[in-house]
Design a protein around this ligand. Structure first.
Ligand SMILES: Nc1ncnc2c1ncn2[C@@H]1O[C@H](COP(=O)(O)OP(=O)(O)OP(=O)(O)O)[C@@H](O)[C@H]1O
Ligand SMILES: [Mg+2]
Length: 338
């Protein structure tokens, strides 16, 4: 977590504010490439020296804790080198658009988990999708649900006003607005796609085949409307425990209706703990890195491409035929989480 960064005076002011309060939750919001994650890491490392601190990674596209398509929580005490514990909830997509309920519920459950585990501070990073009305509504609802004590807005102009104005008169929420540090490095859309691909590749690098009888297991989410093999192949799923925390993510090989068996690749995990399977909206083709075009991609309206960018001005929810997408489904090459 340690990197050479510039620490503006306003960051120190926020740290002093939280230090005096001895506890509190911070929600960090801003467009893409504003320095949000760098600030979150810095603040988490400082607060962890005071008390146990959670880092809540709600940026499902450019995840830094878990693989993309998950909301993650890491708990730190003293140092941020190694978390004391991590927890993940599955959203199943790399942009909140069309998956707001999954993200809202996941973020709230992880906030509760942080409290349960004794964290006095919680620092939440959020997706850089802030401009469209739907994006603004997403952040307004996240803030209303999570009830942070502090909102930190990273901006270059009045781009966050549509979100922040809703909370300016809130009796318990303090708003800090920070200029984007000049050192922030902008990333192109291609870089973001590659990032996701690499994050997924890393996550599944040790994956092994599994076969699971579905009888007695919950299965929910974006279940394909047909049992056609192409609809299921490479579909991103999460194997969840009874509290719906992610045990492992998987990529479907096939669904055998005759035997009621789901075959998939996933990292080794304790299969006895699995209580439900959450089906996501992505097909993740690890053999097809971003940049390679595929012919004949059919668009399926409710599938997302891992290649789409939540930060883009018009967020495509439909499958993209571009790089990384596998024929038949808008799906994409997985990214890496980092
Ligand atoms: N205060 C800083 N000092 C030096 N470099 C910085 C600082 N803030 C950000 N950067 C650089 O800019 C890059 C992008 O910043 P960061 O990832 O924090 O932005 P972000 O708003 O979280 O972006 P994203 O939209 O991808 O989530 C960082 O990897 C880092 O190299
Ligand atoms: Mg970020």
């Amino acid at each position: 977590m340690e990197q050479e960064i510039t620490v503006p005076e306003e960051w120190k002011e926020i740290l002093r504010f939280l230090g005096e309060r001895r506890r509190g939750m911070v929600y960090v919001v801003g467009a893409a490439d504003r320095g949000k994650t760098t600030f979150c890491r810095w603040l988490t490392s400082k607060l962890a020296k005071i008390s146990m601190t959670g880092f809540l990674d709600c940026d499902i596209g450019q995840s830094t804790l878990g693989p993309p398509a998950t909301v993650g929580l890491a708990l730190y005490s003293g140092t941020v080198d190694v978390p004391k514990a991590t927890y993940f909830r599955f959203v199943g997509a790399v942009t909140p658009s069309g998956h707001m309920v999954q993200e809202l519920v996941g973020a709230l459950r992880l906030k509760e988990k942080a409290k349960e585990e004794g964290a006095l501070y919680l620092v939440a990073d959020s997706p850089g999708w802030v401009v469209e009305p739907a994006a603004q509504e997403f952040h307004v609802r996240m803030i209303d649900l999570l009830q942070p004590d502090v909102i930190v807005g990273f901006e270059k102009g009045p781009e966050l006003e549509g979100i922040l104005v809703n909370f300016r008169r809130h009796p318990r929420i303090s708003i800090f607005e920070c200029a984007t540090p000049a050192e922030v490095v902008e990333r192109k859309r291609e870089w973001r796609r590659l990032y996701r691909f690499q994050r997924f590749s890393e996550y599944f690098s040790g994956a092994v085949p599994h076969a699971r009888f579905l009888s007695g297991l919950g299965i929910h989410g974006r279940i394909p409307e047909s049992f056609c093999e192409d609809e299921w192949r490479d579909l991103l799923i999460a194997l969840c425990d009874p509290e719906m925390m992610v045990i492992a993510l998987g990529l479907v090989d096939r669904l055998d209706l005759v035997t009621g068996t789901l075959s998939f690749r996933a990292p080794p995990h304790d299969a006895h703990k699995v209580a439900s399977v959450h089906v996501g909206s992505l097909q993740v083709d690890l053999s097809n890195p971003p940049g390679r075009l595929q012919q004949g991609t059919r668009q399926i309206s409710w599938r997302q491409s891992t290649l789409s960018d939540e930060e883009g001005p018009s967020l495509p929810v439909r499958a993209s035929p571009s790089s990384g997408a596998r024929a038949n489904r808008g799906h994409s090459s997985p990214g890496r989480s980092g």
